[in-house]
Design a protein around this ligand. Sequence first.
Ligand code: GCO
Length: 470
Amino acid sequence: MRSDGFPDDFVWGCSTSSYQVEGAVDEDGRGVSIWDTFSHTKGKIRDGSNGDVACDSYHRFEDDTELLERLGVNAYRFSIAWPRIQPNGKGRANQKGIDHYSRLVDGLLEKGIEPWPTLYHWDLPQTLQDAGGWPERDTAYRFADYADIMFRALESRVHHWVSVNEPWCSAFLGYRDGEHAPGLHDARLAHRAVHHLLLAHGLSNEIFRQTGMEGEFGIVINPVCRRPAQDTEAHRQAARRASLEQTNLWLDPVFGRGYPQEYVQACGAEMPVLDGDLELIAKPVDFVGVNYYEENCVEPCPQGPDNPLGYRIVPTTLPKTAMGWDVVPEGLRRLLVWISNEWKPKALYVTENGAAFVDIPSRSAGEEGENSEATRGIGSQSAARQVRIHDTERIAYLRGHIDACREAIAQGVPLKGYFVWSLLDNFEWSWGYSMKFGLTAVDADTQARLPKDSFEFYRAVIDAAQDARI
Ligand code: GCO
């Protein structure tokens, strides 16, 4: 093992997603997605914004690629907007949509950056939602067709594929809690969505294998490993139950155990499983992607219709991000170790980790050298030039979590890579642009990209990792 604890082939990456950065929502034949509809519905987005323009990455992907090169990452995780490929979610592919991602992939490869496309990061074609969306089985078959189109289009150039991103959010925030598109409040629909999202994953996994393509295929989830507030058996049991919905409900079926019966019974979940579904869902994956932001502390409370799993999140005095999320780097290590021991995936990647903080730009009259790389923005550069963002909290957050990755590896976790969320400040779903997770700020008027101090920090981490190669 090298002195810094990371293997030579460790993947250092950065993530974004289509609706959060692309903009250009009605260009080149793109269809409407559920996020267009939701964000344009009054009262759904806290700052009244939407992703119509976002970071304009659809047009500025070359600027983004240049930023990634400067950052030194060897992988870029982005997502493909399904409505750009099949505007109505079915039928012939829209060549202009394919061309866009083809250009992005070529641009990355030219710079030695591995493309890591996610096929579904929440922008379902609205037409499919009009037909029922994820609670309907047909959506999974439509997804499989779309995945097939993308495999064929990018086959020889892409070697890492993600099926669905955080399907828990699509199912529960989208169909039960109403916080995400399509904004419904129906637990029964949410459970149907769970099964069809997993089925979509399984069907696309099968097609991936059938193509005989070289490369890896996996799923990205946002699992939790909740911490008991006190060291009692009742608290430990509550913490275990509190992790079922976001973790076991996904990993159990993917690893061939079917749905966790304790969850199904407690929540009265009716999963629309047909013969053969569980086998499809359990087709081996090459990796599991883990998105990690925080860890919660829980205590038991009586189980009942409003609280079928019998737990409550306990507030802590730990430092918090702007989202109000507890900063617990150690929790990332705990989570990775648990998943690795319990489900034994071949490989794990941290596919998202990062934090929103209130960034205060400082104007520093060029003292650090206006033309130094650190201060040079991309896009309309003059506006960006004199401003710096000293985001020390984000740096501390990233440092702590990268250390946690190192410790997880030391404990035997097959962790193969780490991706920061996010390359850019972008459209943070129901929070609009009010929450900033980027290593790079984006000027809303000029679209100029301004790397923050955390960008330089992450670049230095990657540089040091390269230097430590043996
Ligand atoms: C996700 C997220 C990102 C969010 C990030 C911060 O996969 O949850 O996909 O889209 O922006 O998690 O909340």
